[in-house]
Design a protein around this ligand. Structure first.
Ligand code: FES
Length: 268
């Protein structure tokens, strides 16, 4: 879902501090092409202001020497950037096909009732922002809920309700495959490239994701080397690419000498 640029709020009036401006410059300096830093810079703005404000867009534009419209185009394209302030915890319920039929739709409906909010709205206490999200690439644990982009696997309406209640109570909450859940703003700072030292907390890939690998190992299956690049050494791949280039150049020379129109010559 893309949020319209016209959804600006009172947070738009807040100017960024000199400290945040210097961090924006620092992020920009990490990249050979400064404009490549725009995505983490927008995360930094969200970590400070809770969403991408107009002031934040203008600050990024100033640092990167871009037009504000160019920055706004990016900020309104990607769904991880929000134009309205997000609560302490962003709860994303996957309602894509697999999760939906496994119970994602029921979870989303239950949470809407429980929190008394609609999609992309924040509970009255400012703690939870609920949003239905598209496939999180965690279908093997459907239905999946994400809190500040951390996975909560195999959820039910009851477990999801308990989850948001624990978050609202301030209890320590651990993701199924990830770290202790921090606040939305803290998570945004990590996405801006400022690690919080918790990247290795909790389990990573779970058994369901590794089932195919375990089966292959039990049966002694290996990926075929074939004629493609898979299974080949990098030097082999480079050599194969060079040979293909040589063959193509020879073929183009022959075509040009014959006077025939090269196939696909008007593709450009
Ligand atoms: S459909 Fe929900 S994670 Fe893929």
């Amino acid at each position: 879902m893309t949020e319209p640029i016209s959804d600006a709020t009172s947070a738009d009036d807040e100017q960024l501090s000199s400290h945040t401006m210097s961090e924006l410059h620092e992020i920009a300096s990490r990249y050979p092409q400064a404009r490549s830093a725009l995505l983490p810079m927008l995360h930094l703005v969200q970590s400070v202001q809770g969403c991408v404000t107009t002031a934040g867009i203008e600050a990024c534009a100033e640092v990167l020497k871009l037009a504000a419209a160019e920055v706004a185009a990016v900020a309104t394209f990607y769904t991880m950037y929000k134009r309205r302030p997000v609560g302490d915890y962003h709860v994303g319920v996957c309602t894509n096909t697999l999760c939906a039929i496994m119970g994602g739709d029921a979870i989303f409906e239950r949470l809407k009732d429980h929190l008394d909010v609609g999609n992309d709205e924040t509970s009255e206490d400012g703690r939870i922002t609920l949003e239905h999200v598209e496939c999180n690439a965690a279908c093997d644990y459907a239905p999946v809920v994400m809190v500040n982009w951390e996975f909560f696997d195999n959820q039910t309406p009851e477990s999801a309700t308990q989850l948001v209640d624990s978050l609202r109570e301030g209890d320590e909450v651990r993701a199924s495959r990830g770290a202790r859940v921090c606040t939305w703003r803290e998570a945004e700072r990590v996405l801006a490239g400022y690690p919080d030292g918790r990247a290795d907390e909790g389990p990573a890939a779970g058994p369901a994701s590794l089932a195919g690998l375990a089966l292959a190992r039990r049966r002694g299956w290996h990926a075929p080397s074939g004629n493609g690049v898979r299974g080949r050494k990098p030097t082999d791949v480079v050599q194969a690419v060079e040979q293909a280039d040589t063959r193509r150049a020879e073929s183009e020379t022959k075509v040009s000498e014959s006077g025939a129109e090269p196939k696909g010559s008007d593709d450009a």
